[in-house]
Write a new protein. Structure first.
Length: 568
């Protein structure tokens, strides 16, 4: 239900009504019948322009009211991804950006416009009386769930012969399929997935806690895909693409003749060339089976010496989440500190202390040169600095390569590293073939539209949406603002922006991991902002960049955060 704004106000009342005193002292009549609640929640003067507030509605729940350009809209209160309070987020022009992970929602429709996450917000009807009383009507079930799945126009079982083939069953492919249906596509949709599962929340793979339940991680049920007439071919890979024939050859011997093709095959963890790297109990961290196998091998006895190779996000997240289940954890890498190349030495040292206080050990500026085994399983690792460490398990977090080998002879423009070149509509050099997610070498709006590969789930989903709209000839150009985050021992670090920094300004208490970092290029332009325990500044900067605005060192001279008042 869309929001409305009216100067007239006609009280709605059924036979089941009750008087209630609101927080503003007014008396409203609450519709307590059946599926809806309707109540005056405030006065229009209780909100300033460009302000968000949460109000109770008829003892049934809460709604988020947003006033912008004189209009009041009401939507759900929490981000549909992981439940962040949106009232603490960044209000941009017509949308709210989540303070935790950067997902964006339209304030008038509740629709999700940037990611991560799959669900939109419920959107509630608003009317305003001549006295300025703001009345909201909401479905009780929407107040309870705080989520809305966008309507899908279900295609008939016998379609018109048109087919969109989606190669990749991850978040990008799943978002593409959903967008196609919700935007009215009536042809066949076939998603080809190398995994044995329906699309699931891949973010949780490196945040290992307990053996994951597949159903709890799935983003949609089998029933949803059946109702949407989306065919998902599991345990299946694309092995060849013939653009002239519009054919995709699959590993089961079948072919798909497509009208449009979306390539979102993602990346695979890199295994370094180390003697003994194929011993048992050596793991990568990419998919659900990886997470399950690591947890099962760790067991419950806390008797395993675990070595993690890699000082970036995956390695550190894995070390953080496995720590309480291991006898010891040692993280090894060529960097001088955890995430040192990204955040610098000072913050890297604070992260090091955070880990060491939890018992995690580090070996910096070195790497593994040999894995030693016993009865086929790893037992120790030898380092370039001459150290030998006991290792009952080795977890690798040292980068990725792309699942694009099957495109080698297709005529699709590939980089030497296997990435797929695309334009700002995600179309390749071959008409009606699109690529997105990890494999796409795509323009990044926040980086002067320079082409970059970025592997992150939120961007992968955004690519899926943009590709679907362009497949439907609803011309949509990329407006990418990279947004990353990691959570390490309960400390969440967020980062929005892109580019190589030449200098920084740090505000806050770095030792306490409560800070904001401004990253500058050689022209003194702020190219990125990172923070820990200082929300929503990163989301505010993400929205600032999305609007095409620029920030320079001189703009921060008198007030580091004056620009935050200029994003709506």
């Amino acid at each position: 239900m869309g929001s409305s704004f009216s100067r007239s106000f006609t009280p709605h009342c059924s036979s089941k009504c009750a008087e209630q005193t609101t927080s503003t002292g007014t008396i409203s009549r609450v519709d307590t019948s059946s599926n809806y609640v309707e109540s005056v929640v405030c006065n229009e003067n209780d909100l300033k322009d460009n302000e968000m507030k949460v109000f109770e509605i008829g003892n049934e729940g809460r709604v988020l009211l947003v006033k912008q350009k004189g209009q009041i809209n009401a939507v759900g209160t929490k981000c549909t991804h992981y439940g962040a309070p949106l009232v603490s987020g960044a209000l941009g022009d017509g949308r709210i950006r989540c303070p935790w992970h950067g997902a964006c929602f339209n304030i008038k429709t509740g629709d999700i416009e940037d990611f991560p996450g799959f669900d939109s917000l419920p959107c509630y009807q608003v009317t305003i009386s001549e006295k300025g009383e703001v009345k909201v009507r909401a479905k009780k079930s929407d107040l309870k769930t705080n989520k809305r799945v966008k309507d899908i126009e279900t295609a008939p079982a016998a379609c018109d012969g048109a087919l969109v083939a989606i190669i990749g069953g991850g978040p990008s492919g799943a978002t593409c399929a959903e967008t196609l249906r919700s935007e009215g596509y009536q042809g066949r949709i076939v998603m080809v997935s190398r995994e044995a599962y329906l699309p699931y929340d891949r973010i949780k793979v490196s945040k290992i806690g307990t053996v994951p339940n597949v159903e709890s991680l799935q983003v949609r049920s089998q029933e949803y895909y059946q109702n949407a007439n989306v065919d998902i071919l599991k345990n299946t890979k694309a092995i060849k693409v013939e653009p002239q024939e519009r054919l995709v050859h699959l590993s089961d011997g079948s072919t798909l003749r497509y009208n449009a093709l979306y390539l979102a095959t993602g990346s695979k963890p890199r295994k370094p060339e180390i003697e003994g790297i194929n011993l048992e109990n050596i793991f990568t961290v990419r998919d659900l089976e990886d997470s399950t196998n690591i947890l099962k091998t760790l067991g419950e006895n806390k008797d395993k010496n675990v070595v993690v190779l890699g000082l970036s996000f995956i390695g550190l997240e894995t070390a953080s989440s496995c720590n309480e289940k291991a006898k010891s954890i040692t993280v090894i890498g060529k960097d001088f500190a955890p995430l040192g190349q990204i955040f610098g030495r000072e913050i890297g040292e604070s992260l090091r202390k955070l880990f060491e206080d939890k018992g995690v050990k580090f070996m910096f500026e070195t790497t593994i040169i040999k894995c030693n085994g016993e009865n086929g399983s790893i037992k120790s690792v030898e380092l370039a600095n001459g150290t030998t460490l006991p290792a009952d398990m080795l977890i690798l977090g040292v980068g990725t390569t792309f699942y694009t080998d099957f495109l080698t002879d297709s005529g699709i423009d590939l980089l030497p590293n296997g990435a797929v070149n695309v334009n700002d509509k995600l179309e390749t050099n071959i008409k009606n073939i699109y690529a997105g997610g990890d494999i796409a070498n795509a323009p990044v709006f926040a980086h002067d539209n320079k082409h970059i590969n970025i592997g992150h789930v939120g961007l992968a989903q955004y690519h899926g949406r943009v590709a679907a709209l362009n497949i439907l000839k609803k011309e949509t150009h990329l407006r990418t603002v990279p947004y990353f985050w990691t959570t390490l021992f309960g400390k969440s670090i967020r980062y929005a922006g892109c580019g190589k920094a030449s200098s920084t300004i740090v505000d806050g208490d770095v030792a306490a991991l409560k800070f904001v970092i401004f990253f500058f290029n050689e022209s003194d332009k702020v190219i990125a902002v990172a923070s820990c325990m200082r929300d929503p500044v990163v989301s505010q900067f993400g929205e600032f960049l999305y609007q095409g605005k620029s920030l320079y060192r001189k703009d921060l001279k008198d007030d580091l955060f004056a620009w935050t008042k200029n994003i709506n």
